[in-house]
Write a protein that binds this ligand. Sequence first.
Ligand code: IPM
Ligand code: MN
Length: 353
Amino acid sequence: MTTIALLPGDGIGTEILEGPLEYLRRLQTGGAPIEISDPLPYGSSGWATSGSILPEESVTACQAADVILSGAVGTHPGVSPADCPTPETALIELRHIFDLRISVRTVWAPDLDEVTIVRNITGGAYANASQRTESDGTTEAVDQIRLRPDRVREVLELAADYAAAESGRRAISVDKASVLATSRLWRRLATEVSGERGVGFDYVNVDRAAYELVRDHQMPAVIATEGIFGDILSDIVCARAGSPALCGSATINPDRRFGHGATALFEPAHGSSPHRTGSGRSNPTGAWLCLAALIDWCPDLHPWSSSALIRQALETVYQSGARTYDVVSPTTRLVDMDEFNKLVLDALEHDNE
Ligand code: IPM
Ligand code: MN
């Protein structure tokens, strides 16, 4: 059985998951062992209905679940950011509560080389409040970046595994070794892992990596880097792909021990887009990509579907020329989100026949 805690969150978070949830329901009907929770309060909308951006009820449900499926966290229509200023803290808290310490992001687009970004996401620059000193405006503010070798190593090993799984992709370890001690440790460990795994990393400074990613549109790559560098680079990679909606994001606990609370959180990484909420003008590709990653992560779902099937369906839909508003061009055909989802679902049914 795979138990999913559903946290639609804010803005377009609810509607963006409609297609993937419909697919999961169809798998359920066909006999797949899936249990999906009712939508749980989370983010700005959770604050509006329950007084908390991460209510106890939602944490408890995540404790009982194998994985979390999240829509978006951020600004929500009708909730003033002045009243609920940092809803994203709910996501950061979930990562810490369940030790979801590695982020894996895949940016996918038709006719573009795929880029995977692997980074540490609970330590380093994303460490908890104990590593920070807030300023009152006159005193100094401090954010410490501390990196433990074992935590860096597991990021590099995972990235090396991704690179080895698909030949032809460039493995890049990104740091700022000319300036930061943590980066010099990172580079040293990358060299070790490279030798052990037989995957040759290129060592690239973060500024140069940003430049190369924008310059070289076709660069199939697996990037291993510190959390805050990866946060910035993943947005750059989305920009070059054409839309923030072309990214599926997972934060995982690499121990992958099922039965002890959420082992991973899956989300499209595009944010809540409050101004488009309810307009049907959204691109659900990232939601489908994160569902693909969820299915691969959960062994009990392997007999029922796979990330390859979902990728194939997306490929079919894009090849038909259908495009949502954000990626449409003069030679392609504009569809709204419902139509896009219907095409993906049709392709999935067809592939399963
Ligand atoms: C992202 C976001 C988050 C992050 C925020 C909302 C905490 O920027 O998913 O990329 O920095 O990880
Ligand atoms: Mn980000």
